[in-house]
Design a protein around this ligand. Structure first.
Ligand code: TMP
Length: 212
């Protein structure tokens, strides 16, 4: 009999919400409970496209805004065959950022509609759940200063949060809001419960196509 498919679990949220820490904790907890699980992150800076993106984020290069948006999207598409293969084999993928960051960040720039920004990601594997780690701008600020990379400033992050809120109005995506203001362990427990629900539901549902 074919293995039950794994779930595609995405963590999104503004900077400093704790996405990366929580992705790692979730993968470890799932593995310890006997669920095959792996972490992925976007951008994946290891590929040729990812290196172009990384240089842009580190402000070592300049790229035209539409161009870099499409590179972020291409960086997801290039991973799709591997993602599908792993999901079909029964591995749950825990993904740090996805197309929602793509749309929220670019559409926070002047002159970009949310609609245009989602287009290049239409048809990507659809997450079984998107966990949005919610943190107020004041709480994010209390976690220390932003780093030196592009986009790491409070005004831009607040515009990004507005765009995330608009994306969360779309009921075709299974959004779940997680209060990220609690302790790392409490946030983890909430995420783990919501992820187990998604893993069980995915076993009886085919993988969908995003925004299609
Ligand atoms: P990170 O590697 O620390 O998560 O940072 C990646 C940065 O790139 C972060 O500021 C969000 C931004 N981003 C986009 O602008 N578009 C995208 O599609 C993705 C995945 C991230």
């Amino acid at each position: 009999m074919a293995a039950k498919r794994g779930a595609l679990i995405v963590l999104e949220g503004v900077d400093k919400a704790g996405k990366t820490t929580q992705c790692k904790m979730l993968v470890q907890a799932l593995q310890q409970s006997g669920y095959p699980a792996e972490m992925m992150r976007f951008p994946d800076r290891s590929t040729t496209i990812g290196k172009l993106i990384s240089a842009y984020l580190e402000k070592k290069s300049e790229l035209e805004d539409h161009t870099v948006h499409l590179l972020f999207s291409a960086n997801r598409w290039e991973m799709v065959p591997e993602m599908k293969r792993k999901l079909e084999q029964g591995t749950t993928l825990v993904v740090d950022r996805y197309a929602f960051s793509g749309a929220a960040f670019t559409s926070a720039k002047p002159g970009f509609s949310l609609d245009w920004c989602t287009r290049s990601d239409v048809g990507l594997p659809k997450p079984d759940v998107v966990l949005f780690l919610q943190l107020s701008p004041a709480e994010a600020a209390s976690r220390g200063r932003y780093g030196e990379e592009r986009y790491e400033d409070a005004a831009f992050q607040s515009a990004v949060l507005d765009r995330f809120r608009q994306l969360m109005d779309d009921s075709s995506v299974n959004w779940k809001v997680v209060d990220a203001s609690g302790s790392v362990d409490d946030v983890h427990k909430d995420i783990a419960l919501k992820s187990l629900d998604a893993i069980h539901a995915a076993q009886t549902q085919p993988l969908g196509e995003l925004w299609k």
